[in-house]
Design a binder for this molecule. Structure first.
Ligand SMILES: Nc1nc2c(ncn2[C@@H]2O[C@H](COP(=O)(O)OP(=O)(O)OP(=O)(O)O)[C@@H](O)[C@H]2O)c(=O)[nH]1
Ligand SMILES: [Mg+2]
Length: 297
């Protein structure tokens, strides 16, 4: 740390429309899979906190649900509200878009960008852009839409230029001591992270068959020094959806369990016994009490 550089710490919101790579970016920042990702939009339902500590400062990222206007339910309304709130509470905003693309869904977010907080634009998925020279006029076009603090082309998946993004964020944080211990990567409990990892496998293994109204609840979480026993209920809206998740001969549910368990063992650093089952609970996505219990509020 140089003597002229003060120590900095602050909150950084990661926002953007669904599926642009916000959670992939958060995971790259912190070096662990704490935020679930998938090819399907609306994977993230909660605000997810990830902490990156450097000698020069501490960046506390808040990954947010994709801001969207397509599906309407109590859940999506609450998810959008949590994006708006995050934008009010942070020191720096990272707005993620797909490089070379700006559509009406991004436009909806443009209207929400705060004027008093620095906004860094991350143009993600540059690995997909064949003609890199097209990025120059696109960048110019974007700079005319908002007074961005910086515009950085990145690939969250490969990590390309993610470090440049850190370099643009850190100097814009307030002078402050660390808010968390240097080795903390998230504020979430293992219980919460376990539920999220099961949800990720549902997204990934069911693809387009996945009923939109699917949720995960931890029924029981028992931890000893050597083993975590985790009992997980998958909630669906209708009986026929239960069959989809269980799959032929129970194969789908088994694969979901196996993959989720492996990720849990990696993240928690220990052995996990995982039991999963499916339960029908109609209308949960519009039930504020259920949503509150899941932490969506
Ligand atoms: N090619 C490429 N794909 C990427 C990159 N970053 C993310 N993706 C993919 O984009 C998809 C969406 O990524 P997520 O990180 O889940 O996106 P998100 O913005 O968090 O999505 P929601 O939570 O649904 O709003 C996944 O299939 C990622 O693997 C990238 O840099 N390059
Ligand atoms: Mg996400």
């Amino acid at each position: 740390m140089s003597e002229t550089q003060p120590h900095r710490a602050g909150l950084v919101a990661i926002v953007g429309r669904p599926n642009v790579g916000k959670s992939t970016l958060l995971n790259h920042f912190v070096g662990q899979k704490i935020s679930i990702t998938s090819r399907k939009p609306q994977t993230t339902r909660h605000r997810i906190t990830g902490i990156l500590t450097r000698p020069q400062g501490q960046l506390v990222f808040v990954d947010t649900p994709g801001f969207q206007t397509e599906h309407r339910s109590t859940m999506t309304r609450l998810m959008n509200r949590s994006v708006r709130q995050a934008l009010q509470e942070v020191d720096v905003v990272v707005w993620v878009i797909e490089a070379g693309k700006f559509d009406p869904r991004d436009e909806a977010l443009l209207k929400l960008m705060p004027l008093s907080v620095p906004v860094v634009l991350a143009m993600n998925k540059i690995d997909r852009v064949k003609d890199k020279s097209a990025l120059l006029p696109f960048t110019r076009e974007m700079s005319e839409r908002h007074a961005f603090a910086a515009i950085v082309p990145i690939s969250a998946e490969s990590g390309q230029q993610v470090e440049d993004l850190v370099g643009e964020i850190l100097p814009r944080l307030p002078e402050a001591p660390n808010m968390y211990e240097h080795d903390e990567v998230t504020t979430h409990s293992e219980r919460f992270l376990a539920a999220e990892l099961v949800r990720e496998k549902l997204f990934r293994l069911l693809g387009d068959e996945l009923p939109y109204a699917t949720a995960v609840e931890i029924e029981k979480f028992e931890a000893t020094d050597t083993l975590r026993r985790i009992y997980v209920a998958i909630l669906v809206d209708r009986p026929n959806q239960k069959a989809i998740i269980i799959g032929k001969g129970g194969e789908k549910l088994k694969a979901i369990g196996t993959q989720a368990r492996k990720d849990m063992e990696q993240l928690f650093g220990g052995k996990v016994f995982l039991e999963t089952f499916v339960r029908v609970r109609s209308g949960w996505a519009d039930d504020e009490a259920v949503l509150k219990r899941m932490g969506i509020e």
